[in-house]
Design a protein around this ligand. Structure first.
Ligand code: NDP
Ligand code: 13P
Length: 314
């Protein structure tokens, strides 16, 4: 029997993040169905009567998932939540833009923040953001996940919220390199601080609000991911700094490091639109095997002198 506050939530994507989000919602007594493409139950069966469908697949699963859902009839009022942190290699769109394009009359909510899934599964305290153009939809999702261990904020910039979580993955690769090379605390502070205006330049070009990047989904997630060996993106950078090949690193990586694909898409956007992204550019060259980690550091340090807030209106 469901009460008024109890929601029927279907989570698509049973990776580590989808599973952690399922745990949070179950602890709040919601009816949670966790589905993956390997599930024996049909997708149609698990979305029937859903109040909320949350996608926690990696970027490469977004389009296939949407195509499956388009072949079905979605419940009319169902809220669609995306928790993916990536950019579509085909179109450079963000996941929420792809979802909105596919389901123009449904409310789309972005969930993003400093949320390393292992810590969330352990029940450690964390905070996140749910962002939507439809505030009441965001508030419904807020209530589903909010608890004494998980503080959920609402905001009205879904694109900025999503891009914060997406672009910081590139910076987390850089942070892994920085720590792996033992460049010190000053270098790490310099890197993370300079990462933010780079993210803001790209984000505002794409239509996000600059202020969103100073919140949990921007600065917050940048700090979490750049400082934690739990981050897969950080692990990629750390591995590269130790002279490992990307192929070898990926063989042993638990789950997805979205920053690799994001770097590629971001550089395409930056080159076409002439956006200055020096850190991402060096990470791109490093991932391609064009330079060594040491050469990447040298290239960043030896650039032309610049003013601190060049090209930024904050
Ligand atoms: N882990 C974390 O701490 C956080 C992760 N995120 C983001 O959430 C997303 C998922 O991350 P995470 O759970 O960690 O990653 P995992 O690698 O653990 O899981 C990836 C998920 O995507 C699904 N998937 C991949 N390709 C396809 C496809 N072609 N079709 C359908 N489904 C597919 C996988 O399904 P299958 O199992 O069937 O292969 C799996 O459910 C990423 O965008 C990540 O950046 C956001 C916040 C925190
Ligand atoms: O997005 C995350 C934490 O907020 C997870 O980071 P990784 O994907 O690098 O593990």
């Amino acid at each position: 029997m469901t009460n008024n506050k109890q929601k029927k939530l279907t989570i698509i994507g049973a990776g580590v993040w989808g599973s952690a989000l399922a745990t949070l919602a179950k602890r709040n007594q919601h009816l949670v169905r966790l589905w993956s493409r390997h599930s024996t139950e049909s997708l149609e069966a698990v979305i029937t009567d859903a109040d909320i469908i949350l996608s926690a697949v990696s970027i490469k699963g977004v389009r296939p998932t949407i195509e499956k859902l388009q072949a079905l009839t979605l419940p009319e009022k169902v809220i669609l939540v995306t928790a993916t942190k990536g950019l579509d290699p085909l179109t450079t769109l963000t996941p929420s833009q792809i979802w909105q394009e596919a389901f123009p009359s449904h409310s789309i909510v972005v969930l993003s923040g400093p949320n390393l899934s292992k810590e969330i599964q352990q029940g450690l305290p964390a905070a996140t953001v749910v962002a939507s153009n439809n505030r009441s939809a965001a508030e419904i999702v807020q209530a589903v996940f909010a608890s004494e261990n998980f503080r959920v904020y609402v905001n009205s910039d879904p694109l900025g919220t999503e891009l914060g979580g997406t672009l910081k993955n590139v910076m987390a690769i850089a942070a892994g390199v920085c720590d792996g090379l033992q460049l010190g605390t000053n270098a790490k502070a310099g890197l993370m601080t300079r990462a933010l205006p780079e993210m803001i330049r790209v984000g505002t070009y794409l239509g996000a609000k600059a202020s969103t990047f100073f919140g949990l989904s921007g600065l917050g997630d940048l700090m979490a991911t750049c400082n934690s060996p739990l981050s897969r993106n950080y692990q990629v950078g750390y591995g590269l700094s130790q002279g490992k090949s990307l192929e070898k690193i990926l063989e042993n990586l638990e789950g997805t490091a979205e920053g690799i694909n994001t770097t590629e898409v971001l550089i395409r956007i930056a080159q076409t639109k002439e956006i200055y992204v020096p850190i991402s550019h060096q990470i791109y060259r490093l991932l391609k095997g064009e330079i060594t980690p040491q050469e990447a550091v040298k290239a960043l340090m030896e650039r032309e002198p610049r003013s601190e807030f060049h090209g930024l209106e904050i």
